[in-house]
Design a protein around this ligand. Structure first.
Ligand code: WTA
Length: 644
């Protein structure tokens, strides 16, 4: 194999970096490894304000239900806003927002503070308090972080539901959380059209008795149903609200949010994050990975509905006191240069996006970024899926003009903050590798017995022991938390990804080892899609696999066996794709439906997805078929298919 191309950080970047040179990284890493509690205690003191200090940095007495900074009192909204308002940052831009139609709002820390406190007063007036739960289902408007921060201020645990999710997915989340309130909007803008959200809320709420109030922010101005007594206009409520509402002194372990993500079963998991430890590690990663300086303008071009947006559009940047750009719409609207137009317009210095987006930009062509002055950029980031070296090289050359380091950041909804990543002023980069764990993260690549694999080998990615921003449990299902994540290897967190450690010790994350797919950086489980398909009246059985896809990383291919009264057709394939779109969300629609008379199964009745994967990727089965119950099924896997 040819030697990997290595990009060392430039001397100029090293000279100004927070972590300057590989020795500095090693020193921090060793400090954390030698005494994690002392290390995280130091980080907590340096980076976060506390109303009351902790008794213990880490309580591992009931592992894996670890607790961090026990006894301490703090508040996320206070740390994101109030403490900055007391400094020169008061009139610094906190959020620079651009709507898809081109409208714009710049919120200073003071203005954000006023809006958050006024909205928090609405929540109080409606009777909500610490310990209650709120669902937030909004487009990418400033009112979305405002709602999150108002909840955080009062200790109301929020769950943001991505605006692309359907009413069914929304309903499941409201019910699981037994939320008392839904904060939503009439709709939002996407690719020049409006996406209606309030209709989906109305549909979901038919079966959600726990919800007694709905607050509706008017974004599009389209007419929506308002149920008297239950539904309120954001603007009507906010008018008379006072601008002060003190931050509640919350326990460090108070649940900040629950974010649902796909696991290997049909039911999404509610990932529970708490306050103190999450703040500490998030603020640390902002400094180490994004090397943020006070004069930087930072843009994470994700959606707040996913964990990347929670941690790196809202909480991380505000904790760091930075200026965070937020954009409502599609990257190719009105033209495929929108992102670069925004970078140039606001002189963005640090830009963070996904490999799927980068691959789409490659397809659109270099002339779109080349139209704009991108000279303000000094650092680029990537997240959500492995970045293929070709996309890395393009990003480096065309967007970064060979001047900007690229941080390929590996992490998960569960980990809360970035875990494996280059530090831009320290780590020599290899395109496609997330490189090394951050200080305080004992990530390793191991075999089935938990032994570290030798250099040059593949294995399972794990994390040895707890970290402050880790999720604390699964909402309503602590047993599944233990079983899924902490039972494979003693004291280790089982990630669910495969990885390779190369000859130089670099970590290369290869992809999932379970039945979770990663489509455009969105996690989806095969079981979730299959159970949606079999709920359709025509479907007897379904098996879903993720096939490699040049643009989206993986694409959803569904093998479907119809009930005998139905005939395969392109129309039915289209109906089934729309059905999944309606049940889960448009982004989950299968790329391809393949009708098949039967599905390959083992004698015990388990669907052999491996064989289906081989059929899709190689057009034939080459692997072992001795456990297959009925060989003739393979020949009967019809080629009838419908595609988008
Ligand atoms: C994948 C997104 C390779 C991985 C923050 C992980 C990555 C899952 C990377 C988590 C990366 C994320 N390189 N793979 N830099 N970042 N992944 O929960 O499979 O939506 O387990 O969190 O995305 O997805 P999630």
């Amino acid at each position: 194999m040819a030697a990997d191309k290595i990009y060392p950080p430039s001397p100029e970047f090293v000279a100004q970096a927070h972590v300057s040179g590989m020795d500095a990284y090693q020193e921090l890493f060793e400090e954390a490894k030698a005494d994690p509690e002392a290390f995280w205690g130091r980080m907590a003191q340096e980076r976060i304000d506390w109303f009351k200090p902790w008794d213990k940095v880490l309580d591992a007495s009931n592992a894996p239900f670890y607790k961090w900074f026990t006894g301490a009192k703090t508040n996320m909204a206070y740390n994101c806003i109030d403490r900055h308002v007391k400094t020169w940052r008061k009139n610094k831009a906190a959020i620079i927002w651009e709507g898809e139609p081109g409208d714009q709002q710049i919120l200073t820390y003071q203005e954000l503070s006023r809006r958050v406190q006024r909205f928090a007063n609405i929540l109080l007036k409606l009777g909500y308090k610490t310990g209650d739960r709120a669902i937030i289902y909004m487009p990418m408007v400033p009112e979305l972080p405002i709602a999150m921060l108002a909840c955080a201020r009062l200790g109301i645990t929020h769950s943001v539901v991505f605006g692309g999710f359907s009413s069914e997915a929304l309903k499941m989340r409201i019910q699981d959380l037994e939320a008392g309130i839904v904060i939503t909007a009439d709709g939002g803008y996407r690719r020049g059209r409006t996406v209606r959200l309030k209709d989906a809320v109305d549909e979901a709420l038919v079966d959600c008795p726990s919800v007694t109030n709905v607050i509706v922010y008017r974004r599009t101005g389209e007419k929506v149903e308002m149920q008297a007594g239950r539904d309120h206009d954001w603007e009507d409520l906010i008018t008379d609200m006072p601008e002060t509402c003190p931050a509640v002194e919350l326990d460090a372990e108070h649940p900040l949010y629950v974010l649902y993500t796909s696991g290997t079963t049909g039911k999404p998991k509610g990932i529970v994050h708490t306050t103190g430890g999450y703040q500490v590690q998030l603020a640390s990663s902002m400094k180490w990975v994004f090397d943020l300086k006070d004069e930087d303008t930072y843009w994470c071009a994700a959606d707040v509905g996913w964990v990347t947006g929670h941690s790196y559009i809202v909480y991380g940047p505000l904790l760091a006191g930075t200026t965070s750009v937020m954009y409502e719409g599609a990257p190719d609207y009105p033209e495929p240069d929108r992102f670069w137009r925004i970078c140039a317009k606001y002189s963005v210095n640090v830009f963070y996006t996904s490999p799927t987006a980068i691959r789409a930009f490659i397809k659109f062509g270099e002339h779109f970024p080349n139209r704009h002055d991108l000279s303000s950029l000094r650092l680029l980031g990537s997240v959500g899926e492995p970045i293929n070296p070709a996309a890395w090289e393009w990003y480096h050359k065309v967007i970064g003009h060979e001047r900007c380091p690229i941080v390929d950041t590996w992490w998960q909804t569960e980990t809360g903050s970035i875990m494996i990543s280059a530090l831009p002023g320290a780590t020599p980069l290899k395109p496609g590798s997330a490189t090394f764990p951050l200080p305080g993260v004992l990530a390793d690549v191991v075999d089935m017995d938990g032994n570290s694999v030798p250099k040059g080998s593949e294995g399972y990615l794990i994390v040895r022991g707890p970290w402050p921003s880790m999720f604390r449990t699964l909402q309503g299902d602590p047993d599944r938390f233990v079983k899924t994540y902490w039972s494979q290897l003693d004291g280790c967190y089982f990630v669910g990804d495969a990885a390779r450690r190369d000859e130089d010790g670099y970590i290369w994350v290869l992809g999932r080892v379970d039945d979770v797919m990663n489509v455009s950086g969105h996690r989806m489980s095969t079981a979730e899609l299959e159970s949606s398909l079999v709920r359709h009246e025509s479907v007897a059985e379904a098996a879903v696999i993720g096939a490699p896809d040049e643009l989206t990383g993986q694409a959803v291919i569904a093998f479907v066996t119809l009930k005998s009264t139905y005939e395969p057709s392109d129309e039915l394939a289209a109906t089934l794709r729309d059905w999944v779109g309606h049940e889960i969300g448009k982004f989950a629609r299968p790329k391809q439906i393949r009708f098949s008379e039967g599905l390959p199964k083992t004698r015990s009745g388990k669907i052999m997805r491996r064989l289906l994967r081989e059929i899709v990727t190689q057009d034939k089965v080459t692997g072992d078929v001795t456990t297959l119950e009925d060989l003739s099924v393979l020949n009967r896997l019809s080629t009838t298919s419908g595609e988008d």
